[in-house]
Design a protein around this ligand. Structure first.
Ligand SMILES: [Zn+2]
Ligand SMILES: [Zn+2]
Length: 395
């Protein structure tokens, strides 16, 4: 397997990667509305000589790189959606769409995957099997991965393994983060309703106060992580919104709250709805109110397969050098790649992009978010090297 020449080629492609990323950065679209984005992805895939299929999972795009030899199928995934944020970077290439922004860096994922496709196409003779390039819509909480799976993206030909990456402003540029097991959290949503009996603010004994019950619910929810989840495991229960009441002299009959629940352990993940219902039901009934929980599963943990992670780590060590490959701390963020990784073994890794000298130090989803674009060639190298390793020999 010839390794050296293509890594040099990736370095010379850096200006082109930056231009492509900025092209996508200017036209961000939110989940399942990525019409311009997927059209541009398809156009660029056609320019590479590929025959993309569009409309998979509504606005997703899929293209196949056939190797010269028979073998396995590797899914390589890039997510393509932006966020409903008004960009405030003031950059020359900032979003041209009001209230839309590539504030999570998915524009770099598209770019890195297109470059990966180009290099792999030139190495078809070394590939045993094929790469299924998957440009996934609606990563940001709308279930784009499942929509693509429902449209058959894992079949025909059946996918054997999956690789993807995220540009990562929590890590300095020059580093990539590779870790087996759950690298990102399971993420669920809750909606809690507390119902009591309204009344005069001066006569609480004639009413049942939903606000006092809601206060008990919020406090007691904090004991789930501190008292129910093992101290050696981890979890988050956050109430993010609370609405209730009418005026200072009225006892509220109803309070609504919304929150997010995170965990890293499948057993904790399974138990969370039970813990939350128990707290809400118990705290409310102790105060004569009714409590109701709507628990909505989001994504499971992004669970990296040990063998695939080792393959990616070795590939990264080879092309970047071991001192550029970190074993990162897990993130409590959720990630839709998890849905693919529940279906097939795979690895999702991080490409460090933080550089305060270039103003690339804002967190993901921030209106001034930007990345150090020099991170992209590193991501491409790890993606290509991983694919060459996975498909390099007859399985
Ligand atoms: Zn995001
Ligand atoms: Zn993201």
């Amino acid at each position: 397997m010839a390794i050296a020449p293509w890594t040099d080629q990736v370095d010379t492609m850096a200006p082109e990667l930056i231009a492509t990323r900025r092209e996508f950065h200017r036209i961000p679209e939110i989940g399942f509305e990525e019409e311009k984005t997927s059209a541009l992805v398809a156009e660029k895939l056609r320019a590479l000589g590929l025959d993309p299929r569009v409309g998979i999972g509504k606005t997703g795009v899929v293209a196949m790189i056939e190797g010269a030899h028979p073998g396995r199928t590797l899914l390589m995934r890039a997510d393509i959606d932006g966020l409903p944020i008004d960009e405030r970077t003031g950059l020359e290439y900032r979003s041209t769409h009001p209230d839309r922004m590539h504030a999570c860096g998915h524009d770099t994922h598209i770019t890195m995957m297109l470059a990966t496709a180009r290099i792999l196409l030139e190495h078809r003779e070394h590939l045993h099997g094929r790469v299924k390039l998957v440009f996934q819509p609606a990563e940001e909480g709308l279930g784009g991965a499942q929509a693509m799976i429902d449209d058959g993206v894992l079949e025909d030909p059946q996918v054997n393994a999956a690789i993807g990456c995220h540009i990562w402003n929590d890590m300095p540029v020059g580093q990539v983060g590779v870790r087996e097991g759950p690298i990102m959290a399971a993420s669920d949503r809750i909606r809690i309703t507390v119902e009591g009996q309204g009344g005069h603010g001066a006569m609480p004994h004639l009413a049942t106060d939903a606000i006092v019950a809601a206060a008990q619910v919020i406090n007691t929810l904090q004991t789930i992580v501190s008292r129910r989840v093992s101290p050696l495991s981890a979890g988050v229960v956050t109430i993010g919104t609370i609405h209730g009441g009418y005026a200072s002299n009225i006892i509220a009959d109803r309070v609504e709250m919304e929150g997010t629940v995170r965990s890293f352990d499948d057993e904790v993940w399974r138990q969370m709805p039970y813990y939350i219902e128990q707290v809400v039901g118990g705290a409310c009934s102790a105060l004569g109110c009714n409590g109701n929980v709507e628990y909505t599963r989001g994504v499971p943990t992004t669970d990296n397969d040990a063998e695939m992670t080792e393959l990616v780590r070795e590939a990264a060590n080879e092309v970047l050098g071991a001192d550029h490959v970190l074993y990162p701390q897990q993130s409590t963020g959720g990630e839709d790649m998890s849905v693919f990784l529940r279906a097939v073994p795979g690895c999702f890794f991080w490409v460090g992009s933080q550089n305060s000298e270039k103003g690339a130090d804002k967190p993901h989803h921030h209106p001034e978010f930007d990345v150090d674009e020099d991170a992209m060639p590193l991501g491409v190298k790890v993606l290509v090297a991983s694919a060459l390793r996975y498909l390099g020999t007859q399985p």
